[in-house]
Ligand binder design. Structure first.
Ligand SMILES: Nc1ncnc2c1ncn2[C@@H]1O[C@H](COP(=O)(O)OP(=O)(O)OP(=O)(O)O)[C@@H](O)[C@H]1O
Ligand SMILES: [Mg+2]
Length: 506
């Protein structure tokens, strides 16, 4: 029931403190959320946003502080209790189970998942309704979640939150894996929910999204609330950035020096085909050039990178590096030849979560760092620390397990891996996914510096402005084909979207 007294917020978190061994992740956070609003949580990477919502979700116990619903103090000892209090959470790191079906994931731990045939049929039916409501009727209840893309998994996670009849739904960077059409879908659903009085706590590093759907904003910096319940419409973007970072940040892309006419071709892809994903893809990337692939989720962008890297088996076509064909046969060959890939779904594709940060950074460079076959840990740490400093990773130490880093800082570690390795060709899939506004411009500058040093960079981003701002040349991908190539300065976002739509026949 919605509280009778409108002056009492639906949810209040007061003076929340959370310490981990050696880290004070939250140092007194206040948050109040009204029913029917979209309340945005803003803050730099490592500020404490995910930790706060894990406290609310019953996944972490607060060291201090209180949580109130309808003005009454509650305790949330575990995730089930959170659901009972009407709080459902979509986590930043997708937590769906690959080995189970869509319906099983949605009704996991729910009575509909257990026992009889009837319950299963009801669960399948409800799943179908939820998927329709989310604009994804094609995701069938019986499909194994492991076969879905990152965006598909996000949608399953969303359906699960919706299935709980929550009063507060927390979304931790839901849009990071979605393209613009899917973000529109998400926002439609959010409007629906808030119209029913449900409160949304929304986390995103994309300020334009916050302008579109946010009502109020709470800003967290270094584990503390620095601004509480700001009115979105009345707060300028510059002001938000200052509150988050403590300084002014120019969101400028680095200057494009222009690729010299005599720059050699580094990467040449000719007629590459992976059945069911993309066909007859040909392009080149020269030394010093950044080429961006623009297209929708599912258009084949990521799959192209994976095939170049040898992580997907192609049935036709060749990949050449500096004029010599890279022999097919997997990732090891590609890495040895000098190709690196920072994948989009870092948790399942790239990181060793229980290993220390430095091991994750040096992972592909063992051969060079090892001395006479023995790993030299001191060097590993020194090399990693240098990168951690250059990328402003927080906390700065490289010895903690990487799973304890915030999402954006894990992303930086993934980039650091290839910086240490030093590739001829660097493939970047969503390089700034989950990275805050301040660190973004640092990453852009770093990618440009790599190119200036002769690396050929091939990148994918769901944010078209990012592709247009960073790349020298843009390849528009639609339905597994390259439908257009242009210098980035000669094409704009509208044109890209038009080309994508023409390609899909829509
Ligand atoms: N399980 C843990 N053990 C130790 N430290 C942790 C743990 N979880 C989080 N931290 C630390 O707490 C701080 C806050 O992290 P949190 O994940 O909440 O940041 P965030 O605001 O969500 O950042 P991002 O935007 O990058 O997702 C970071 O310094 C992080 O390293
Ligand atoms: Mg987070």
């Amino acid at each position: 029931m919605v509280s009778e007294d409108p002056s009492v917020p639906l949810l209040q978190m007061q003076g929340i403190v959370k310490t981990f061994p050696g880290v004070r992740a939250l140092d007194g956070v206040d948050l109040d959320v009204r029913s029917g609003e979209v309340h945005c949580l803003l803050g730099q990477n490592g500020a404490g946003k995910s930790t706060l919502i894990k406290v609310l979700a019953g996944a972490h116990q607060p060291t201090q502080g209180s949580i109130l619903m309808d003005g009454e103090r509650i305790s949330i000892p575990n995730p089930v209790a959170a659901l009972e209090h009407g709080v459902a959470t979509m986590y930043q790191e997708l937590d769906v189970v690959d080995g189970l079906t869509v319906a099983e994931n949605i009704y996991l731990g729910h009575e509909l998942a257990t026992a009889g045939v009837t319950q299963r049929r009801v669960a399948a039916e409800r799943t179908r309704e939820l998927m329709e409501r989310l604009g994804h009727a094609e995701i069938a209840p019986h499909r194994a979640v492991g076969t879905l893309s990152a965006a598909g998994k996000q949608i399953v996670s969303m359906a699960r939150a919706l299935s709980r009849n929550a009063r507060v739904i927390v979304m931790d960077e839901p849009s990071a894996v979605l393209d613009s059409g899917e973000v529109d879908n998400l926002f439609r659903v959010v409007d629906d929910l808030t119209a029913q009085g449900i409160a949304i706590v929304y986390i995103s590093h994309r300020l334009e999204e916050i302008r579109r759907i946010g009502d109020r904003i709470t800003v967290i910096k270094d584990g503390r609330t620095v601004s509480r319940g700001l009115d979105v419409a009345a707060t300028a973007t510059d002001e938000l950035i200052r509150l988050m970072t403590g300084k002014d940040v120019a969101d400028a892309f680095p200057a494009r020096p222009g690729v010299p006419a005599d720059a050699p071709t580094r990467l040449e892809v000719d007629g590459l085909t992976v059945p069911g994903q993309f066909a007859d893809v040909s392009f080149t990337v020269r030394a010093g050039e950044i080429v961006g692939l623009a297209g929708l989720v599912g258009s084949g962008r990521s799959e192209i990178l994976e095939a170049v890297f040898g992580a997907r088996r192609s049935t036709a076509g060749t990949v050449s590096l500096d004029g010599g064909a890279v022999r097919k046969g997997g990732v090891d060959r590609a890495i040895r030849a000098g190709i690196g890939l920072a994948p989009e779904e870092r948790k399942s594709q790239g990181l060793l979560l229980d290993e220390p940060v430095y091991r994750n950074i040096t992972l592909s460079s063992f051969a060079r760092i090892a001395k006479a076959g023995w790993l030299d840990e001191r060097r590993e740490k020194a090399v990693s620390e240098e990168q951690a400093t250059a990328l402003d990773m927080r906390p700065a130490g490289v010895e903690r397990p990487i799973r304890t880093l915030s999402g954006g800082n894990q992303q930086k570690a993934m980039l650091a891996r290839w910086l240490v390795h030093g590739c001829e060709v660097l493939l970047l899939d969503e390089p700034t996914r989950g990275v805050d506004v301040g660190a973004r411009s640092e990453i852009y500058a770093l990618i440009r510096r790599l190119a200036d040093a002769g690396t050929a960079v091939l990148m994918v981003s769901s944010e078209i402005p990012e592709v247009l701002g960073l790349a020298d040349r843009v390849l528009v991908v639609s339905e597994g084909r390259i439908v257009h190539t242009a210098p980035a300065q000669e094409i704009d976002e509208h044109r890209v979207l038009d080309l994508v739509m023409e390609g899909t026949g829509a």
